[in-house]
Write a protein that binds this ligand. Sequence first.
Ligand SMILES: [Zn+2]
Length: 209
Amino acid sequence: MKKRTGFVSNSSSSSFICEVSGACESGYDAGLSDFEMCECVNGHIFFEKYLLEGLDVQAVKLNLVQQAQKDLDNHDPDKVTPRYEGHTEALKKWFPECKEDYAKATAWLQSYEGDNVNELIDDYAEEFDEDSHVMPAAFCPICSLQHVQDGDLLSYLLAVVGETREGLTAKVQERYSGLDALDAEVVRLNKGTADAKGPVTIGKTNETA
Ligand SMILES: [Zn+2]
């Protein structure tokens, strides 16, 4: 089974955590689509309702063509990527089939006449990759930074202030006796920020903010 972020499983039950809202869904013998959830190519999991809106069919088609082109390039024996290093012979064998797949996918996209983005993505997945309910990164609220995750925000913040996580953790542990003292300091510091909405904003999402 493919390893997924936020995915916990045993023989019969599955649970999925929406990385935008933090909500958890679980059930027996269930997949993402049973909960109206989906996954992007980079493994982010979220409810379908968070898929980026306002995308037109042409933009989606273009993105799918680019994805197919990338996939074809990855299998090109003349442009061996690190992933397939040392597998040139296998690539030579696979490449004709990959070229056929690419031609089929682009022809299918060119002749597709629907005007609904979600249906296009579903139809495409059904036509070319039956198991997949995987969305291109361009439509993922996390990849597109419409929803910025706390971890990504923290990485950015640490880089901006020139700290490491370890260094900042050590400072916090040294300066404050416990979480109460740390929270009180955050409240104090926030008072100096005109647009601070409250003492703790980490963990809030687009949904709850
Ligand atoms: Zn993503």
